[in-house]
Design a protein. Structure first.
Length: 85
């Protein structure tokens, strides 16, 4: 990723408490469906959801695509687990 961006800080999730988390995160914490999803489907889902949740995607489309394509599907699955916890 460092070949695409040279950031000083990237904030992944900035919720101060569990009350600020989206309802889907709370649902996934109680019902860990993410454990059943294969890693390849996680990467495919990230590509689909990126279009919805990344407002700047149109401005930097090639960078976002390259960063996501460069990620290992297993890494994406593990990071999802860390965020939901």
């Amino acid at each position: 990723m460092s070949t695409f961006l040279n950031p000083v800080l990237i904030i992944i999730y900035s919720a101060k408490s569990h009350k600020e988390l989206p309802i889907t995160s709370l649902f996934q914490k109680v019902t860990p469906v993410y454990k059943l999803v294969p890693k390849g489907l996680v990467k495919f889902g990230a590509k689909v959801l990126q279009k919805i949740f990344e407002p700047d995607r149109k401005n930097n489309m090639e960078t976002f695509k390259a960063m996501l394509n460069d990620k290992d599907p297993l890494f994406l699955k593990r990071t999802a687990k860390m965020i939901i916890r």
